[in-house]
Design a protein around this ligand. Structure first.
Ligand SMILES: [Zn+2]
Length: 111
């Protein structure tokens, strides 16, 4: 996943993609939202929690159905050697790697 994809997904979640600066000593401050931290970080979009947060935000923004059917079409057209079934599709969808699929969907501008 590119840095641009991480920014896109973070902003989709209505969160700040922090840009860390040194504040005092070893503590850091984000130059955009002014939050401070000892260890600056941003979401990696490599975890199940990131995916669940994206899913919750898609539901909140009423984007879920559109993404779900887009992902289903993607699965049918791009996942080789797997015969489509609801079970196989949802098994494939509910993985941290689906964060990349959400970024691709957003970049396609279907929402
Ligand atoms: Zn910030």
């Amino acid at each position: 996943m590119t840095e641009g994809d991480k920014i896109l997904l973070t902003e989709y979640l209505w969160e700040c993609f922090h840009e860390w600066d040194y504040f005092t000593g070893s503590s850091l401050i984000c130059r955009k939202c002014k939050v401070s931290a000892n260890h600056g970080h941003n979401r990696t979009f490599t975890t199940g929690n990131d995916l669940l947060d994206l899913k919750d935000k898609m539901v909140e923004k009423v984007d879920w159905d559109e993404f779900f059917f887009w992902a289903q079409k993607y699965f049918v057209e791009n996942v080789p050697h797997v015969k489509y079934s609801w079970q196989m599709f949802t098994h494939w969808l509910l993985r941290p790697e689906t964060c990349q699929l959400v970024a691709d969907w957003l970049k396609e501008g279907t929402c």
